[in-house]
Design a protein around this ligand. Sequence first.
Ligand code: ZN
Length: 242
Amino acid sequence: MRYGILSDVHGNLPALQSVLKTCAKIKVDKLLFLGDAVGYGANPNQCASLIREEAAAFLAGNHDLGAVGMTNIRNFNPYALEALAWTARTLTPDNAHYLKERPMTVEIDDIFLVHASPCQPAEWHYIFHHQEASLNFSAFSQQVCFIGHSHLPCVFILYPDGSISLERAASLVLHDNARYIINVGSVGQPRDGDPRASLGVLDTDNGKYYLHRTIYEIKDAQASILCMGLPRFLAERLAIGR
Ligand code: ZN
């Protein structure tokens, strides 16, 4: 089975369409979405609807729940808040209702999925360092957990001796006796300096995971953001992937 794992689309329709095209090309069997369909970008409804149609799992992200008044947004920066208020006004009642009902965690085919962190998923903690990863490995029982939220792709590996390593390699072979927390990066607003949309691919037939980056029409996403009167900064950052 080949899984395509997406996160943090953030209303960026050109990026989402490009990633879905890649999924078709590389023959992804099942699409898993880790949350934040909306927020920042200019196409929240189109993105939410498209992911609803395509994905076998659709988790809650902090922007998704923030847009429908279901989570605390006091930590949002001013740009995020402005975009969130616009998103809240723009969402159709049907999509708003759908976002309200998204689960915080999903267990599917013995894979654990969460937007931010397995430990206290509703607190939206980031997993940047070994100590945070260490705490979180004990909060799920599966071998692999996929996360998003930071928009920074990386892999934490827990070895049988209890040691943890942080890998930024674009591909790896999963070993039976190790466990993994894998951040798949962001489709719609990458922040690792690479502006291409990010997609995680897990192939359970050969035990391999890799990160696929796809180009998309950044200019189209930027034009839509400006056209909707959203902050210019949100358009500009797409070009530099920060
Ligand atoms: Zn996000």
